[in-house]
Design a protein around this ligand. Structure first.
Ligand code: PMP
Length: 443
């Protein structure tokens, strides 16, 4: 991997207000990445760091993949931008077709956005507008889940349930309820794959329905596997029960598949993996291998067609973004989906997942490890927090691992991992071996 000398680190790091970052701490000892190739990043100080997180759960095909790079180059020189409203260009239609063909059969239509957060807002708005379009205008309430992460915009943090993402930002959306989270450490600790206990937590939806009346509720949104809150795997039967209850009460079910989409569980989408069909799927990240910002909402024909009844010249859905279906993002998306297919990466993820599971659970018994959770190519290792200093232990592990050339991620005191789907057994050994070493020496 070549180190790019034309990209020196500026002396002044003060202007960039970094997202979800301890800015002052970072700027004292910056962790600066300057290039990447397949499973590795290269740091500004010339080290190769094994990517245990696929960037931020997004570079599913690994880094610097030639087909994607070339598609972006070509598109940038051909059609750089086209107005997104009342105009089109071929690549966006092509990508929509390919996404529809990859998605579970009921998902026939695609609305493009630029991120997971925008996809969430879009799906929530479509849900409310759909209910109105079918004569159910009283259905405006939205139901999320405790510990849920649905991006950072106001709709997403309102239905989301991560306290720090909500509490500083005022009163949020009204008309929102939360299901309980599904984390039952007493019963499910160290489960491999889906935990046995907690499927019945979906029944809490009945309590919310009874409280408000089903005729007030538009949609339920959940992550099939909750990632950013620290890897919570749905208990057996939970998603099936949620589907039964939402259907029974005329409530739409939205799966936020921003991290589970595009092979993370060894199937195109979690909806395929769990064989539970929502009414909409929210995705982003792996759609373009994380290379260009892009997201999408996949919707059933029933939802789409509910908007198509009015006069033909009238805009059907008053929603969209300047960059919806951007040509360069669309080209990157097409090349990404081709790469997944040509290299059989989803099947590969399914094949290597048992090895990943065994490696991950070999960390049981190491100091401070109080739970290990996994599904597909996702892993979570929960550490016992230091009294009075939550998050410190896991963050120290992150820093120590980075010093040893391995990139992991932490949320609270949970280490979360989601490597590129091209990972090989040797990489897993290095990743988990290094983490074991770090944990053994951790204070
Ligand atoms: N939903 C889920 C489940 C996510 O994991 C994320 C990002 N981690 C988002 C939404 C938000 O995506 P973005 O950061 O692209 O806005």
């Amino acid at each position: 991997m070549a180190l790019d000398r034309s990209n020196p680190v500026p002396n002044d790091l003060s202007a960039f207000w970094m997202p979800f970052t301890a800015n002052r701490q970072f700027k004292k000892a910056p962790r600066m990445l300057v290039s990447a190739d397949r499973m590795h990043y290269r740091t500004a100080d010339g080290r190769e760091v094994l990517d245990g997180t696929a960037g931020l759960w997004c570079c599913n095909a690994g880094h610097n993949r030639p087909k994607i790079v070339e598609a972006i180059r070509q598109q940038a020189g051909e059609l750089d931008y086209a107005p997104a409203f009342q105009m089109g260009h071929p690549k966006a239609f092509e990508l929509a077709n390919r996404l529809r063909d990859m998605a579970p059969a009921p998902m026939e239509h695609v609305f493009f956005t630029n991120s997971g957060s925008e996809s969430v807002e879009t799906a929530l708005k479509i849900a409310i507008a759909y209910q109105r379009a079918i004569g159910q205008a009283s259905r405006t309430r939205l139901i999320g889940r405790e510990r849920g992460y649905h991006g950072v915009n106001f709709g997403g943090i309102s239905v989301g349930g991560i306290v720090n993402n909500r509490k500083f930002f005022g009163s949020l959306l009204t008309g929102v309820d939360h299901l309980p989270h599904t984390h039952l450490p007493g019963q499910n600790a160290f489960s491999r794959g889906q935990p046995e206990h907690g499927g019945n937590l979906a029944d809490e939806l009945e309590r919310i329905v009874a409280l408000h009346g089903p005729e007030t509720i538009a949609a339920v949104i959940v992550e099939p596997v909750a990632g950013s809150t620290g890897v919570l795997i749905p208990p057996k039967g939970y998603l099936q029960r949620l589907r039964e209850l939402t259907r029974k009460h005329g409530i739409l079910l939205i799966f936020d598949e921003v991290i589970t989409g595009f092979g993370r569980l060894g199937a195109p989408f979690a909806a395929d993996y769990f064989d539970v069909m929502p009414d909409m799927i929210v995705c982003a990240k792996g759609l373009t291998n994380g290379v260009i910002p892009m997201g999408a909402v996949l919707a059933t024909k029933e939802i789409h067609d509910a908007f198509m009844g009015g006069p033909e010249h009238v805009i059907e859905l008053f929603h969209g973004y300047t960059y919806s279906g951007n040509p360069i993002a669309s080209a990157a998306g097409i090349a990404t989906l081709e790469t997944y297919k040509e290299e059989g990466l989803f099947e590969r993820a399914a094949e290597i997942a048992p090895y990943w599971e065994d490696a991950l659970h070999s960390l049981k018994g190491l100091p401070h490890v109080i739970d290990i959770r996994n599904l597909g190519l996702i892993g979570g290792v929960e550490l016992e927090p230091i009294a009075g200093e939550p998050t410190k232990r896991a963050f120290t592990a992150f820093l120590e691992a980075y010093d040893r050339n391995v990139l992991i991620r932490t949320t609270g005191d949970i280490i979360a991992m989601s490597p590129p789907l091209i990972i090989e057994k040797g990489h897993i050994d290095t990743l988990i071996g290094t983490l074991a070493d770090v944990l053994r020496k951790l204070h």
